[in-house]
Design a protein. Structure first.
Length: 364
């Protein structure tokens, strides 16, 4: 199942057209009575709702995952997220929970307090393994930290899938384990998109920097490498690559030091919105935000507000809510014996800035 960036961008361009097309001229006489008029109004509202970007993406996910699993089975599921201190993962939790309610199953969602607590995340998984969960979705903090837990789950015939963050499959296979399914994201392309935005806006000239998350984490390394490679290919000078562990304060400190050492800096890409907003704060306090473009990833509520306010340049949006929904559906399909080995990259992406943020009002 693939979601192409171009399809999302086309949707962005089409939203205004569809909104106009759904409205009537207001000049034609209604000859079918008040009841018919009310029914027409209700249908129109429903159609507009279905035509929002988020509504289209949700419908596409369900279409791509067909045949969908049976509802009302009462299956017991679990999910391990990276952290619930970041709104991205809170939104994914909502996706898990809403899908579980819709499908008549239960789900236990847990996470560590920190993006770096790999031992704590493995403890969570080991504790889940002694309960009666039939499937577990995991978003590992690093590619290797949950391998022993996955192997143990395999031994106990518990289905295991990954959502977003990946596992070192060579190491997993060497340990005697396997995954039942993977919901992947093109994290490298997210880094490429962020860097390309800055390149396009600056004409590809000047000094730039990359603020990355946890070293060894799938999404962090891929976003970092995608951005760095894209800048270098365009001929821009990458003055620094800073590992800031998805921590806003560390990103703030790094940005403050970067602008002191490089007062002619023109752009910074960040591995998520939390770090990007920390960078924005540092640049604002230094009085140089207008000269430095900042682009992140995720499109959190805080990022959306900052873009609307004009303090944050852009972010690469993805849908944690839909990833959570997909996680529930894939676990249930796996438990039914359906083939879920080819799920793959299933997350729509789009670059969001001041020009299109108003079209993303219901995105989550």
């Amino acid at each position: 199942m693939k979601k192409k960036l171009v399809s999302v961008l086309l949707c962005l361009a089409m939203v205004a057209t569809m909104a106009v097309g759904c409205g009537g001229s207001g000049e034609e006489e209604n000859t079918e009575g008040a009841a018919t008029e009310e029914e027409s109004s209700e249908e129109e509202t429903e159609a507009v709702s279905e035509d929002t970007l988020f509504g289209q993406a949700l419908a596409q996910v369900d279409e791509d995952l067909a045949p969908l699993p049976e509802k009302g089975t009462g299956k017991k599921l679990a999910a391990i997220e990276s952290t619930l201190s970041n709104s991205f993962w809170v939104t994914m939790q909502e996706g898990y929970e809403d899908a579980a309610e819709e499908y008549g199953v239960t789900i236990d969602i847990q996470a560590t307090d920190s993006d770096t607590d790999t031992a704590g995340q493995l403890d969570i998984m080991n504790n889940m393994l002694v309960k009666d969960y039939e499937a577990i979705a995991v978003s590992p903090l690093t590619e290797d930290c949950l391998i022993s837990g996955i192997v143990e789950a395999n031994k106990n015939d518990i289905k295991v899938i990954t959502t977003g963050n990946e596992v070192n499959e060579e190491a997993l296979e060497a340990a005697g384990g396997y995954l039942d399914a993977k919901i992947t994201v093109d994290f490298h392309n997210q880094g490429v998109l962020g860097a390309q935005y800055i390149i396009d806006k600056t004409g590809g000239e000047g000094k730039v920097a990359v603020i990355a998350g946890n070293e060894g984490a799938t999404q962090s390394d891929a976003r970092r490498d995608g951005a760095k490679e894209t800048f270098e290919e365009a001929g821009m000078e990458v003055v620094a690559v800073e590992q800031c562990d998805f921590d806003a304060q560390k990103a703030y400190d790094a940005a403050a030091a970067l602008i002191e050492a490089n007062p002619d800096l023109v752009g910074i890409t960040c591995g998520n919105d939390d770090m990007a907003l920390g960078v924005v704060r540092a640049l604002e306090e230094k009085g140089v935000k207008d000269q430095v473009m900042v682009v992140g990833v995720d499109f959190t509520e805080e990022a959306k507000a900052a873009i609307e306010e004009g303090t944050y340049d852009a972010t690469v949006a993805m849908s944690p809510y839909l990833m959570g929904r997909e996680g529930v559906i894939i676990m249930l399909k796996a438990l039914e014996g359906q083939d879920v080995s080819e799920v793959g990259d299933s997350t729509p992406m789009a670059v969001v800035d001041e020009t299109n943020v108003d079209q993303m009002s219901d995105w989550r």
